[in-house]
Structure formats: C-alpha cells, structure tokens
Design a binder for this molecule. Structure first.
Ligand code: NAD
Length: 481
C-alpha cells in the first residue's frame, strides 16, 4: 500500500513513534494509503524546523524576485505533475477527476504565481509630513505560519494559504485534513524539488483535536495561524491562539443564498445555480444551498433546474465523464443522508434526489422546508438545496440575510440597478452577480458572522502574513553656508 509520510525540514519522515493511519478511497470504500499519524511531538518538530529556517535561514532574507522565481518553479512542477495531484485528491475524497484536473490543479499553480508576483510588485505608502519628516511602510515577514486546511478542495486551499505566506518571506507548517493527506505530501516534495530551503514548507499529517492540529495552534513559537474549516473548529482554534495572542485568519462554514429574480436569464441562472450547489457534491463552503426564486418564474425555473440536476452523471470519480462523485467519507455520507431523510419530517418535499450507489447522494432538491428546518438553517455540506419562492426584492434580501453565516451570496437579474442594490444589501463576504466561483485573487475573500474572521487575498493577505511597519524619518535642514 502507498505510504504517505510527513515532510519536515526537507525530509520525508515517519512519525517519531512510527504510528500510521489509513486513508480510505470513498468510491471503492477501501483503504488505499497508509499515512504517518502525527502527534504533538511531530508538530513540535515541524515548528522547530520552520522556526530555525525563519530565524537563521535564507528564505526571509531573499529578495522578492528570487523567492518568486522559486515559487514559479513550484507552480511549473504542479502543472507538470497535475495528473498525479488530481488523482491524489480524487482518490482521497472522491472529487471528480475532471474537476480536479480542470480546476483544482490550475488554480493551485495560479495561487503560487499570483502571490509571487503580487509580493514582488506590491507598493507601500510614502507619507510626506509637513513637520520635516516623512513616513513610509515596510512589510516584514511575520515569521512562522501554521496553515490548517479542510478536505474539500485540498490542494487548492492549501496553496491559497501557503502561497502568500511564502511569498512574503514566512516559513510554514501545513497540516492538511486527515481525509486528504496525499496532495499535500506531493506539494511538500515538489517544494523541495523547486528549491525551497529545508524547513521553509513543512507538512505534518494527522488529526486535529488533541493531536497534531491542536498542538500546532497551541505552540507559542507560531506567529500566524490561517485556518479553513468548520465554524465550531474555528472557535477552538481561536481559543487556542488567544492564549498566545497569535493572530488568526478564519475561513469557516457557509449557508449561501442564491436569489433568482424573474428578469434573470433563465438558462444562465439554472446553469450557475446547478454548479453553485452540486459541484464537488455540494462539499463547498460557498454552496448556494438556499435558493430563492421569484414567484413568476418559480415553476419554470424549478422544472429546468430539476432536469439539469437529474442529468448530472453520478458515479466513479475517476471516470472523466462523472460530474458528481461520492461524499468524502462514510461519516460524512451518513451525516448528509440523515439531513435528507429528516427533511420530510421538517415539512419538506423531495422534488428529486436521495441516496445513490455507495456513498453517493444524488443531487437533492427540497421545497416547502419549515422556517426552522435543519436543512434550511444548518450547513449540510452535501448536494442538497432548499428552494423557496419570493415575491419582492425586500423579502428576498431579508430571507437571504436570515442566517448566522455570511460567506457569500449569488443573485441573478438583468436589471442593473437591482444588481447593485441587492449586492450592497446582502450580508456576505462575496456576492456573485450572474455567475459563481469566479475569483480575482486581489479581491478580499472571507466571511461575515459565523463564516469567519478576517480577509485574505491581495493586500489583505499581505496585511495578515506580514508585520506592517511604519518608519518615520527626519530630514534635517541643509547646514547654513
Ligand atoms: P474541520 O473543521 O473538521 O477540519 C478542518 C481542519 O482542521 C482539518 O485539518 C482538521 O484536522 C483540523 N482540526 C480539527 N480540529 C482541530 C483543532 N481543535 N485544532 C486544530 N486543528 C483542528 O473542517 P472540514 O470538515 O475539514 O471542512 C469542512 C468545513 O470547512 C465546512 O464547514 C466548510 O464550509 C469549511 N470551509 C470553509 C472555506 C472558506 O473559505 N470559508 C473553504 C472550504 C471549507
């Protein structure tokens, strides 16, 4: 069986106590790899390596251009080994190989290229003062960054965290989710091959609570923690970080609203709405899992939406024609199945969907869910959408905002003023109008309320991964002749 080690200080290593766990392929439902099971001592070893690399190594002292060249080389390697990386994520968590190949891998390479270039071309402020001084800003690397990632977009979200941290001169300890160790391991190996000095990017495998993840968040030698995962875990990470006053960036759960107005381009609204909630089997923090459709087009929309959902090819994620794979694990499959099975008791009608082969849940569309139904209020993280009709714009905005989450929202309309008005009124970190999932990495990304703390992207990542410094300088008057 394949073995997946840690990558610490430039070396591929076992856990100190030799412990291992298994990674299960959710399509075959059988273990496919053995993984080094990290604990607090392995976490400590990785932080020590990153600390030394930061305090005494070349990485933080290199120029942006030199660091950028190495990060571009890493992006080249990601592209060259795209097939291996896509297969790693597909085997670990059931993502369709066509998505992993067409989206996760190219976006991962792009994360590295973008932040390498962004750091190199970034400008600070120069503040001329009328007291005979001037002030300017510098962006010093923060130090050791711990990056903790979820399993739904493994490589893509890991590079989203690691790339800006490295580009700004930090040294990193990455802990991938226990369900998706493989692509992070390849990333660590490729980083060595690309020429990152030992200790600059370390990958520790293992679990979160009372394990490697928690130990990383409690280590006082860590300068930044960037975390993506569930809101409840975000609270635990935040508490651990508070003990050391370590700054945290939290990208958490969501319950995205998707508003379709009666003047929308129906074909476009259906196409994007399908993608918004059923891509990656709905295991997307940004999923448009609460769909509100204006009454005049409700039936026409629902018919087209249901037909498109039923047409999605579900099955073996390694088959290039598959659009919907299994859920990532048995535990997660059971959780989503319970939501679907409980929906009818909450007043909902199942328009289409339900349990498929193995750990597959078919695209599931619910109508009539009660105001307090769990399927309406809680993040399901599966291919399940609750659809409602609305009459007025105000009603739609109020319904969309009626959630403790606030990661993102979508709206579909051909009315320009309404598009701007509603985008402004929605309580969310990102609003997509007439599209979904399109990103400009300069834009802020993050959530309101239970969806997170802070923003990353472009200058927002710079703020988080550096210590912005003000330098104030006196300009002495010229000596009198
Ligand atoms: P999770 O919170 O269970 O785990 C995320 C990571 O945290 C894993 O690596 C896990 O091992 C680690 N972890 C768990 N407990 C920990 C602890 N006490 N201390 C330190 N680390 C700990 O989340 P998940 O199930 O892997 O991912 C799904 C969740 O992630 C969903 O809620 C989803 O919405 C969210 N998510 C958010 C975004 C975003 O950008 N906002 C993106 C993707 C996923």
């Amino acid at each position: 069986m394949t073995f997946i080690p840690h990558v610490i200080d430039g070396e591929e290593v076992e856990s100190l106590d030799g412990a291992r766990f298994e990674s299960v392929d959710p399509w075959t439902r059988a273990p496919w790899a053995e993984v080094a099971l990290g604990d607090a001592r392995d976490a400590e070893r990785a932080v020590t390596a990153a600390r030394r690399a930061f305090d005494t190594g070349p990485w933080p002292r290199m120029g942006y251009a030199e660091r950028g060249k190495i990060l571009h080389r890493l992006a080249d390697l990601i592209e060259a080994r795209g097939g291996e990386l896509a297969l790693a994520d597909t085997t670990d968590m059931g993502k369709p190989i066509s998505d992993a190949t067409a989206m996760d891998v190219p976006r991962s390479a792009h994360n590295l290229r973008f932040f390498a270039d962004h750091a190199r071309m970034s400008v600070g402020d120069l503040l001329p003062m009328d007291t005979g001084h001037h002030a300017y800003t510098r962006f010093e690397p923060a130090g050791v960054v711990v990056a903790i990632a979820p399993w739904n977009f493994p490589l893509m979200l890991e590079t989203w965290k690691v790339a800006p941290a490295l580009a700004w001169g930090n040294c990193v300890v990455l802990k991938p989710a226990e369900d998706t160790p493989a692509s992070a391991h390849i990333l660590g190996r490729l980083a060595n091959e690309a020429g990152l000095p030992p200790g600059v990017l370390n990958v520790v495998q293992g679990y979160g609570p009372e394990s490697a993840g928690q130990a990383l968040t409690e280590d006082a030698r860590v300068d930044r923690i960037t975390f993506t995962g569930e809101s409840g875990t975000g609270r635990a990470v935040s508490r651990a970080a508070a003990a050391n006053l370590t700054p945290v960036s939290l990208e958490l759960g969501g319950k995205g609203a998707n508003l379709v107005f009666d003047d929308a381009d129906l074909e476009r609204a259906v196409r994007w709405s399908i993608q918004a909630v059923f891509s990656n089997a709905g295991q997307v923090c940004l999923a448009g899992s609460r769909l509100f459709v204006q009454r005049g087009i409700f039936h026409a929309f629902l018919d087209a939406f249901t037909a498109a959902a039923d047409a999605m090819v579900a099955g073996d994620p390694k088959d290039p024609s598959t659009k919907l794979g299994p859920l990532s694990s048995e535990a997660h499959f059971n959780k989503v199945r319970e939501y679907v099975e409980g929906a009818v008791g909450e007043g909902a009608t199942i328009v289409t969907g339900g349990v498929g082969d193995g750990w597959v849940i078919r695209p599931t569309i619910l109508t009539g869910a009660s105001a307090t139904a769990r399927v309406r209020c809680e993040e399901i993280f599966g291919p399940v959408v609750v659809v409602d009709a609305f009459d007025s714009e105000d009603e739609a905005v109020a319904a969309a905002n009626n959630t403790p989450y606030g990661l993102n929202a979508m709206l579909f309309t051909e009315n320009l003023s309404r598009a701007h008005r509603v985008a402004a009124a929605l309580r969310a970190g990102t609003v997509w109008t007439n599209c979904f999932f399109i990103r400009d990495l300069r834009a802020p990304f993050g959530g309101v309320g239970d969806s997170g703390v802070g923003r990353e992207g472009g200058n927002f990542s710079r703020e988080f991964f550096t210590e912005p410094k003000a330098v104030v300088m006196e300009i002495t008057p010229a000596p009198r002749a």
